[in-house]
Design a binder for this molecule. Structure first.
Ligand code: UD1
Ligand code: CA
Length: 453
């Protein structure tokens, strides 16, 4: 049998531009660290890159930013001292790539919708040109650099929006940002650009006209506009969040998850949901949630950092906070909050309860209003509840405390001592009942007549 190797993309290095102030964001947080689907937007760009296994990935950051990007792993950083434009930013990566002689792919950290497929298209196009530029046709081309394409179809120049004349402004084919070119040519061309333009910046885009002057073949390759939308202000941030949410929902639905009102479900980039699970309306997933198969999550539930076992039923109005680890067939009902707790298979907490810093054994029932009192104002303490326990309504379990298998905690109890297996624990004042006491009380407290207005 003849093995046909998968069409591998040639070895390349990626430079991801992430410095620059992002002035239009009006934020103390660097633009590329603003979250989309709960992770910094630049992480989406790096995730799209990862399957293509770049020989190197260099992220160009502003001073002090690398420290803030520790969550972003597996990349090198190059510091651009001042935000002097995209050309200057790529030049900042030169030292990091000094022993690299292959192709360089430049990406912008503010285009989180870019896909692996789009990047692959660009890398492959390098076989037919010395410099490949990603072009696109967005609904509104006004803010983008315009692509000036010659009669022979090759790219002649990129003119930034602010430097366009009227004829150039009318061009709808624009620069999406990414480029591919051999490292040696790239840094050669960059050393020749100046900052004589409307923004007094070194434009990466100026290498196109220069490359043409030097007789290089330059080509624009059209890529989908939706993939290339950039975030420049908070309005675009919201629009791209919405687009990312649509993508994440579609992916889950295609994997076999039912969503009754998908447009009202908010997902994190890493949300995992098993087949045949159903998500009701207005459910929000924070980062780090894994949901098993055949789970039903009813409306208005909020999950973050939680694991939910197969066949569980969550909500409506449930809150699973970080460290909530629910076994199979657990039921969590309305206004129940679970944090940093393991609930074994079949546990039920159907109404109005708080379970925090606890472990709860299989099949245990936690009654309405039951609370683990985990915090004494200084430290957090654990509550350990065994299997087949019945925790009565409105019980307060004052941690640290252990309630062993099969025990019953009576309703309304405040439990401060450990409860052994199979014991019945009551911790409440004995009731006093006075026959006829009600009418005696009313006689003493006659209803006041309301004064006429
Ligand atoms: C840039 C392109 C424009 C293109 C558009 C696509 C240039 C000169 N213009 O414009 O042709 O249509 O992207 O979205 O390249 N950055 C740095 N250092 C800097 C300046 C920017 O690292 O000094 C980074 C930014 O963090 C950002 C990216 O480069 O991730 C693009 O910068 P931005 O200022 O958003 O460029 P645009 O004006 O959008
Ligand atoms: Ca931009």
């Amino acid at each position: 049998m003849i093995m046909i190797p998968a069409m591998a993309t040639p070895s390349f290095a990626a430079v991801v531009l992430a410095a620059g102030q992002g002035k239009r964001m009006k934020s103390a947080l660097p633009k590329v660290l603003h979250p989309i689907a709960r992770i910094p937007m630049i992480q989406h760009v790096l995730a799209a890159l990862k399957p293509l296994a770049p020989a190197r990935a260099v992220v160009v950051v502003s001073p002090g930013m690398a420290e803030r990007m520790l969550a972003v792993k597996g990349v090198d950083y190059a510091v651009q001292r001042e935000p002097r434009g995209t050309g200057d930013a790529v030049t900042a990566a030169k030292v990091a790539l000094k022993n690299f002689s292959g192709d360089v792919l430049v990406l912008y950290g503010d285009t989180p919708l870019i896909t692996t497929g789009t990047i692959k298209t660009l890398l492959k196009a390098r076989s037919s040109a010395d410099l490949v530029v990603a072009g696109t046709r967005p609904d509104d081309p006004s803010p983008y650099g315009r692509l000036v394409v010659g009669k022979d179809g090759s790219l002649e120049a990129i003119v930034e929006a602010r430097d366009c004349d009227a004829a150039q402004r009318a061009i709808s084919f624009v620069n999406a940002g990414p480029m591919v070119i051999a490292a040696s040519k790239l840094f050669d061309l960059l050393s020749a650009i100046d900052r004589n333009n409307a923004q007094n910046e070194y434009y990466l885009t100026d290498i196109v006209a220069l490359a043409r002057q030097r007789g290089m073949r330059v080509r624009a390759v059209e890529v989908p506009a939706e993939d290339m939308a950039g975030v420049n202000d908070r309005v675009e941030l919201a629009a791209i969040e919405a687009a990312m949410q649509r993508r994440l929902r579609l992916k889950l639905m295609r994997e076999g998850v039912t969503m009754l009102a998908p447009e009202t479900v908010f997902l994190a980039a890493d949300t995992r949901i098993g087949q045949d699970s159903t998500i009701g309306p207005n459910v929000t997933f924070g980062p780090g949630v894994t949901v098993g198969k055949n789970v039903e999550i009813l409306g208005f539930s909020h999950l973050e950092g939680a694991t939910v076992g197969e066949g569980a039923r969550i909500g409506p109005f449930a809150r699973l906070r970080p460290g909530a680890d629910l076994g199979n067939d657990v039921h969590i009902g309305n206004f129940v909050e679970v944090k940093n707790s393991r609930l074994d298979a079949g546990v039920k907490a159907n109404h109005l309860a708080y379970i925090g810093d606890a472990s709860v054994g299989a099949r245990t029932n936690v009654g309405a209003g039951a609370v683990t009192c985990n915090y004494d104002g200084v430290d957090k303490h654990r509550t350990e509840i065994g299997a087949d326990v019945f925790v009565g309504t409105n019980a307060s379990l004052v941690a640290p405390i252990k309630i062993a298998d099969g025990a019953i905690v009576a309703a309304g109890s405040t439990i401060t001592d450990n409860v052994p297996a199979d014991a019945l624990a009551l911790g409440r004042a004995r009731q006093v009942t006075k026959p006829g006491g009600a009418s005696a009380w009313r006689k003493k407290h006659p209803k006041k007549k309301l004064a006429k207005r």
